[in-house]
Write a protein that binds this ligand. Structure first.
Ligand code: ADP
Length: 392
């Protein structure tokens, strides 16, 4: 059975088509700069083809996607696509699990737009386009927030007036849930232990850390929005909220400008003044750039603080897992983080750590806690849930 996994951003659309249940990837691609100018890349049988083409709307991208599926003979007829799974950023506290998308679900997603003003509208647009163009497929929503719904109240509430939560839904939701679920599930398999205590470090351009016990999320570093927790590529993460009012009053900035700076001009980029990309920071460090050295120190510090916090919360840990762009690829960042945890008896093996993007145990044999690299696979999780519903 053919199932499509779709991840739509405000100006992009990523897809993978799977043969299920074997989970073979038949074709994948990325449409970029939608609404700006447009280009797309298709990956088929190890070959990558990039094309520049006008993509005024998400609908144009989906139409082209369907055309390419036919061009490559991945499908001859659209009714061969039995399921379309959509990554939806915000499910609020309405959805702990994936759901079949009905008109009522779309209505709920629209009600949740204030919580994810940049992301949910793009998700809704793309869902509607697929419903129109592939009407017979089972459409499924897989939420970024879903896995974190098991957090206890004392961990998801902010110590602010309780009415903010009751009336406005102000609470921690957490994101990257599909990745945290996949990586912790895989780690449980590797450990051969269902009740394992696991700390997952999803560190890419965005980043979040989660504490998982018995396969359930107990706490996570992102909050009401993705701009909470650790320092990221361009996001500040946790800050003193009073900074917003202070900058408004003293720097003649509007709240929107401050929010934009905290999301797009902070983090590694803000401190280094060089780049949001950890590869550029590493290059800068090699050239002795002081601000890159400082940015990396702060980046590592914020991650270590969360690992330490979650180590205590879980009452120790069986494993720490690294995933996403930085976690899978930057051996220096992994080493710097684990070296800071020496007082807990956690040790990294330099030879084992000398890998990129491969599922590997990187701790020493005498480390008190196992440390793994586990490449994330959010797309396959979306395809699995979609297949479950499509075969019901
Ligand atoms: P996103 O949050 O956009 O999904 P990714 O998980 O794809 O991000 O991570 C992208 C980031 O991964 C890049 O910005 C870069 O900082 C980092 N990265 C990718 N490859 C390497 C590498 N070889 N060494 C260090 N960092 C890397």
């Amino acid at each position: 059975m053919k199932v499509l996994s779709v991840n739509a951003g405000s100006s992009s659309l990523k897809f993978q088509m799977y043969e299920m249940p074997s989970e073979d990837v038949l074709i994948s691609g990325l449409f970029e700069r939608i609404g700006i100018d447009g280009s797309y890349t298709i990956k088929y049988q190890g070959q990558k083809v990039k094309k520049e083409v006008a993509l005024p709307t998400h609908k144009d991208a989906v139409q082209l996607l369907i055309e390419e599926l036919k061009n490559y003979h991945v499908v001859e007829n659209l009714d061969e696509i039995k399921g379309v799974g959509h990554r939806v950023v915000h499910g609020g506290d309405k959805y702990a699990d994936s759901v079949v998308i009905t008109d009522e679900v779309i209505k709920t997603l629209e009600e949740l737009v204030p919580l994810a003003p940049l992301h949910n509208p793009a998700n809704i647009t793309v869902i509607n386009v697929f419903k129109e163009l592939v009407p017979d497929a089972c459409q499924v929503a897989v939420f970024d927030t879903g896995f974190h719904q098991t957090m206890p109240e004392e961990n998801f509430l902010y110590p602010v007036p309780y009415e903010w939560y009751q009336k406005y839904g102000v609470r921690k939701y957490g994101f990257h849930g599909t990745s945290h679920k996949y990586v912790s599930g895989r780690c449980q398999e590797l450990l051969g232990k269902e009740d394992a205590k696991i700390i997952v470090c999803h560190i890419g351009n965005g980043g979040s850390i989660s504490a998982i016990k018995n396969g359930k999320c107990i706490d996570t570093s992102m909050g009401l929005s993705p701009n909470a927790g650790i320092m990221m590529g361009t996001r500040a993460g946790d800050i003193d909220a009073s900074m917003v009012l202070y900058m408004k009053n003293n720097a003649q900035m509007t709240v929107e400008e401050i929010d934009n700076a905290l999301n797009k001009k902070s983090g590694l980029l803000g401190i280094s003044g060089v780049s949001s990309d950890s590869r550029d920071i590493e290059d800068g460090m090699k050239q002795g750039n002081e601000r890159c050295i400082l940015a990396q120190k702060m980046y590592v510090r914020k991650i270590v603080n969360y690992i330490a916090q979650y180590y205590v919360l879980l009452g120790g840990a069986d494993a720490i897992c690294f995933t996403a762009g930085v976690g899978e690829n930057s051996k220096d960042t992994r080493r710097d983080i684990i070296e800071e945890l020496a007082c807990l008896g956690i040790k990294i093996d330099p030879a084992r750590n000398d890998v990129r993007g491969e599922e590997t145990l990187i701790s020493t044999d005498d480390s008190t806690c196992k440390v793994y690299i586990i490449p994330t696979d959010e797309e396959v999780m979306i395809a699995r849930d979609t297949y479950q519903f499509a075969t019901k």
